[in-house]
Design a protein around this ligand. Structure first.
Ligand SMILES: N[C@@H](CCC(=O)N[C@@H](CS)C(=O)NCC(=O)O)C(=O)O
Length: 203
């Protein structure tokens, strides 16, 4: 088994944090995104979408998409249950994970990819207006999340889940995207400090 990783890039880190929470070690192979290694012929054969992370199993099965990879390991090692247990809990965690992907991680990624000079060759064409358009959406979502986190310790309830991993990675990705947490988001700040203090956050 081998996990194609991408250093500081946010999606591969989602999987590394997930694996650290599960206590699973997987051999990593770095794909140099700066040198556009994901666009090489060899890697394109592994993932025609040209993105990391990608998990390759010993039988040659290829699993791309961070959440698909995480779900594979959840099935192999159900404890701790980061996608939840039982219909209601699983649905709630899925709901929050999707909200954090669609309304926080992806918009932050749009800002980064469409405004950062280092992304010129990966995001073609860069559309600076799209970066600007996403900024108020990010702030609006963070204020909503702040209200939600007033009454519970973690994004989807009382326990740390994959939704917290997506949130942690999203908020950390605000720095390279040159975005700041709004001053009045004290609950998000408290939650972010808590999830950042977990050993898995260093993955
Ligand atoms: N939906 C995919 C997104 C993967 C993705 O966008 N990966 C980025 C790194 S965070 C990448 O490989 N970018 C290379 C490129 O844009 O050329 C997932 O969840 O794994």
């Amino acid at each position: 088994m081998k996990l194609y990783d991408g250093g500081r890039a946010p999606n591969p880190r989602r999987v590394r944090v997930f694996l650290a929470e599960k206590g699973i070690e997987v051999p990593l192979e770095q794909v140099d995104l700066g040198a556009l290694g994901q666009k090489s012929a060899g890697f394109t054969e592994i993932n025609p979408i040209q993105r990391v992370p990608v998990l390759v199993l010993d039988d040659g099965t290829i699993i791309a998409e961070s959440i698909a990879i995480c779900r594979y390991f959840e099935e192999l090692r159900p404890d701790p249950p980061l996608f939840g247990r039982g219909a209601k809990e699983i649905a709630g965690i899925e709901m929050w994970n999707r909200r954090l992907e669609l309304h926080l991680l992806f918009p932050i990624s749009h800002v980064f990819r469409n405004s950062h000079p280092a992304m010129k060759e990966m995001e073609v064409p860069q559309v600076p207006a799209w970066a600007e358009a996403n900024k108020p959406r990010i702030a609006e979502f963070l204020h909503m999340l702040d209200r939600e986190l007033k009454d519970r310790p973690f994004v989807a309830g009382d326990r740390y889940t994959v939704a917290d991993i997506t949130g942690l990675i999203a908020v950390d990705f605000m720095k390279p995207a040159k975005l700041a947490l709004p001053d009045d988001c004290a609950n998000v700040r408290r939650w972010h400090a808590d999830v950042s203090a977990r050993p898995s956050a260093r993955a």
